[in-house]
Design a binder for this molecule. Sequence first.
Ligand code: SF4
Length: 575
Amino acid sequence: MAASNFSTLCSSSHSKPSSFPFCNTQSFITTTNNNNTLFLSNTNSLQTLLSHSTHNPRYLLPLPCTKATNTFASFDDDDEKPREECGVVGIYGDPEASRLCSLALHALQHRGQEGAGIVAAHDNLLHSVNGVGLVSDVFDESKLSQLPGSSAIGHVRYSTAGHSKLCNVQPFVAGYRFGSVAVAHNGNFVNYRSLRAKLEDNGSIFNTTSDTEVVLHLIATSKHRPFLLRIVDACENLKGAYSLVFLTEDKLVAVRDPFGFRPLVMGRRSNGAVVFASETCALDLIEATYEREVNPGEVVVVDHTGIQSLCLVSHPEPKQCIFEHIYFALPNSVVFGKSVYESRRKFGEILATESPVECDVVIAVPDSGVVAALGYAAKAGVPFQQGLIRSHYVGRTFIEPSQKIRDFGVKLKLSPVRAVLEGKRVVVVDDSIVRGTTSSKIVRLIKEAGAKEVHVRIACPPIIGSCYYGVDTPSKEELISNRMSVEEMKEFIGCDSLAFLPLDRLKMLLEDDSPNYCYACFSGKYPVQPEEHETTSLHEFDWDDALNNGSLKPIEEEGWVRNQEGVSEDKIVSV
Ligand code: SF4
């Protein structure tokens, strides 16, 4: 039995096999066996695993990260914003792959600050370094020099599933019957718990609490061959949001879920190297030219033969996350084919048109409210000024995530400019309101600086529901827009007027593209049933089980992929 093999190996080297801490040292080993077993290991168990490996074991080099710690002690949480999910990057065909990967991760740092990792392929081996903290904390020259090779994948993490521990920092690397594979994931599987339970029933042993690990187990236990079809088979079991990059000894694979919740773009460097990234800002930094998005439901494979593409079952209407345009993505990125900057500027213009107010100055809650505030000011014909200064030097580790300290954190992070605010009727533009407590503190700051009136304008609709697709939002009960009317919120926040971007105006702005976006946190209508989370209003959901029926189907009409059920490798058409 595969599972008992693994259990025996582990227990022979650890007194507590159930707490097998493979990821603390970031080293991995793969063994060749005749079962569909997934092997994840650490340096402590290296010798034991070697002695039990029967055929040609292949090693993944141990590269412990010296700055790593076991847990995240704390991080700033004063913004009360939905948290960015994660950022992924993949590079194939550049001798500086891991260095470029670290730069690209730096460009994606806003998507996750808890941990970062890179896996590079060289000489038929996968090398891995990851750690807790910012990209610049985890990677220095000595670490990068230990990641040779011309292909690499990387990840920056904010945990939306799984605990904030080093063992959950991606990419994850594992060995299975036919080789080694690494994976980095942006999104959330809504059926993670049932998948994990099923895999554990069948003998799988999990090393992390991250939902991403199920992908590796699904690949290892798939009966399909070659590797590409194992990935497809694994993805057909997944429900929810996933933009994934995989790395093997000789291939880079990028996958986007059939609904396309999370972004994933493809670009190319002048030397022909292929790059995948969560946002185009990463391509820009490493001088890769944007080519296109990875389409919803598409699987793109890059290897020495070129680029191939096939698809999972595609959904007739993608459901791309509108919050990428509202808050997550950087304004200089192009996401889902649209400029984020342009979207935010228009959100501000709509607010000025729909909810005008007599005022002397327009200011922003920096940084994410700035572009919408510029749009508001231009449309209203009122000067935009910097009424709040954001400190970029507030430490991340001493602010405890308690309410008391969070109050303090707002003042640490934002300073009012009395010269701009005193005696003025102020419009302050923010990107969103989640719990509302930060907004009330910001209004108080502005009033204490002498503002005569404070009018709050929010560049998104009221958030009334949690996200199940890779964005960390509080429970529905904690969301102020779910608990209060706009008038009640105005009283709670202490402003003179409050207005949100109307959902119907947001949809009008998107025109024909409107049905291709997810608005679930504003509408409560979830395109994929959040089956493993408690919900109070199931009747509100738009039931859609298209992912249940995932299979390889011809979609000639799509034009970008040709594939048939029961596809074999030679039927996959290069693009
Ligand atoms: S629920 Fe909201 S945050 Fe989540 S994917 Fe949909 S639009 Fe984005």
